[in-house]
Design a protein around this ligand. Sequence first.
Ligand code: ARG
Length: 579
Amino acid sequence: MKIRELLSNRVQEAMIAAGIPEDCQPMVSPSKNPQFGDFQANGSMAAAKKVGEKPRDLAQRIVDELNVEDIASKIEIAGPGFINIHLSNEWLGQLVEHAAENENLGLIRAEKGETVVIDYSSPNLAKEMHVGHLRSTIIGDALARVLESQGHTVVRQNHVGDWGTQFGMLIAHLEDQTAQNQVAEAALSDLEVFYRAAKVRFDEDEDFATRARDYVVKLQGGDERCLTLWQQFIDISVAHSEEIYELLNVTLKRSDIRAESAYNDDLPVVIEDLKAKGLVVEDQGAQVAFLEELADKEGNPLPMIVQKSGGGYLYATTDLAAVRYRNEALNSDRVLYFIDARQSLHMKQVFTLSRKAGFAKAECSLEHHPFGTMMGEDGKPFKTRAGGTVKLADLLKEAVEKAEALLESKGSDLSEAERKDAARKIGIGAVKYADLSKTRTNDYIFSWDSMLSFEGNTAPYLQYAYTRIQSIFRKADLSPENLGGNVNIVEDQEKALALKLLQLGDIIDAVSREAYPHLLCNYLYELSSLFMKFYEACPVLKDDVEPAVRESRLKLCHATARTLEKGLDLLGIEVMERM
Ligand code: ARG
């Protein structure tokens, strides 16, 4: 149930009945302060201006037409003409109860299911995944989960970089290593070390460099031997990524990979098509599109190279082919790209030229959702002490170790296996949540201490709130499914909690529209805080609590636990029964 939507409709109907033009908005939003009701309709002021009436008089005429007896307990007009709506406790109780029993927690399926392609993670396979890949991977995955929960068809596209000149030196080096009786898996157990060794040889050994260049040409020409070596390398590198996805609880599967090389055959076709449409011109041997849509202040169109003078293709050419594939083969309504903000201009060029060339139909929304950089506590991009890139595998291992030490220091009485499991969920959850809870477009500072804290807007805080509710049920020796009775809202804290619980649908809508997971994080944090307040003010298991009151409160506890679990799951974060 989306209360805000329902109220908007009711107020709009009343406005129309009061003779107010249909384009006047009801402007319904949750009240900042319970004193002003649970929701406010603020549209009277703008409407009054339009029809030339006193706002308070107009508000009164709207209220006279307003039909909310079934859901509201009181309506007031305040200030210059705000309409304050106090919702009925009985109705809210029924809604919460209904939502908690519903499998999808009362989340409304989108009216029109769309096909949404999400381009995320997309590491370069020449090297191991590093911290620079974290944001795209987890933000993209959260959106995939959220959109799926709304009934959309999500097509994940892991646009991995598996092509380009660097693969010449990598396969030449792999050939030498395996010739010395090293199995490929062993040679490639550390891709970083392997890459560096290949690079040193490339820079220092002329014969090797020549062979590496020769292999690039052979690879592109479809040489069997080179392709086999290349495939061996790619398989092992993909397996590394899969380990990371598994540890990160990210839903990407091998079948979601559509690598850059998958577009190889399309690239000449793209160029021919652009030529035929007169969208590119030859400039010093290269094929270039001049985009007047992205002209500079002096009006000079922005040049975008789509084919190099030697005939080679570029990162952008592949992206043009990908836009076309996503439109034509995948039939996308929306394509979301989760890529670092530093590639914003690149995406703008790709989108602009794709539109002009008709690679994307007008109805298909192409959206780059950029994100900022992960910084160290010194305020500079996150690096190892020695100044190198941090491998994602190392970072995640450290997270789990830190969480385990934390559990130990708290004197957790979990069994060995339970503790290992909880440490993984807490450590990984902390890293993911610290990232997802920040406004995506900003840089953020990576801090172990703050992300692993049990206080504040962190994963451990939310996971702890969840375990606390589970322990209430254990203490009561009750299973939530067998609760009788009804949700009866009486106390202010109960009402505040119920209203928050019922906001989930609105929040999910906003997240899927704007691709901002932090909105869901903020919501879950507010929900947990309201739960803590409720739990302090409203005893549940104390002896003197009436059975009907206890049941009602237990149902509120259960609805909260389910909402936390669901919300965290949509972020790709797991909960546990105890800590
Ligand atoms: N492999 C690229 C990189 O590591 C990211 C690819 C993003 N996706 C895309 N369609 N360009 O920078």
